[in-house]
Design a protein around this ligand. Sequence first.
Ligand SMILES: CC(C)(COP(=O)(O)OP(=O)(O)OC[C@H]1O[C@@H](n2cnc3c(N)ncnc32)[C@H](O)[C@@H]1OP(=O)(O)O)[C@@H](O)C(=O)NCCC(=O)NCCS
Length: 178
Amino acid sequence: MPDTIRTERLLLRRWHDSDRLPFQAMNADPRVMEFMPSLLHAVESDALVDRAQAHFDRHGFGPFAVELLEDETFAGFIGLSIPAFEAPFMPAVEVGWRLASDCWGRGLATEGARAVVRYGFEELGLDSLVSFTVPKNLRSRRVMEKIGMTHDPRDDFDHPLLSEGHPLCRHVLYRLTH
Ligand SMILES: CC(C)(COP(=O)(O)OP(=O)(O)OC[C@H]1O[C@@H](n2cnc3c(N)ncnc32)[C@H](O)[C@@H]1OP(=O)(O)O)[C@@H](O)C(=O)NCCC(=O)NCCS
């Protein structure tokens, strides 16, 4: 299984230790974390990197670290993961993304996500993918739409890891079938 994907502007690859510091900065950026329950401390951010690496080791795929080809800087993650919670749409593989805010608005998430979806269907042989976010995260929903995902409001769900009544509890689910 290839563990790098190259697009016109991005290298999607396994994580390097040098990604940890810029990833910590992203996870402490209120713009990036607007629709997450809280900003992450350095230790929590590092734990996400460890989880991404462990996901690759266990399943052979995971959330790729994103590197910009133009200057080799770390820009976040785009990739596939198996959600670690029970929900009506499980079992499923999720396609997800988080980029540094100075990289937004250039079509990079869509470019990387399209490549990851192709990889999931053609290399991994997956039949379908899901993606989810809070209703207000219009940027992320737009990426879902641009890669061809569709939203059926009957699939919307309350995130089981957030308490009922939490403002980020309700989620919209998007699906894509090969
Ligand atoms: C979601 C995210 C990855 C998008 O990255 P990006 O590289 O800017 O995405 P793209 O440029 O490929 O596409 C963004 C689309 O959203 C649109 N958009 C941007 N701001 C918007 C807004 N406030 N309302 C509606 N659409 C918006 C853009 O115009 C673009 O659509 P278009 O190509 O039709 O014009 C980035 O914003 C991010 O990392 N956000 C924080 C983390 C996050 O929310 N991750 C998802 C959690 S589920």
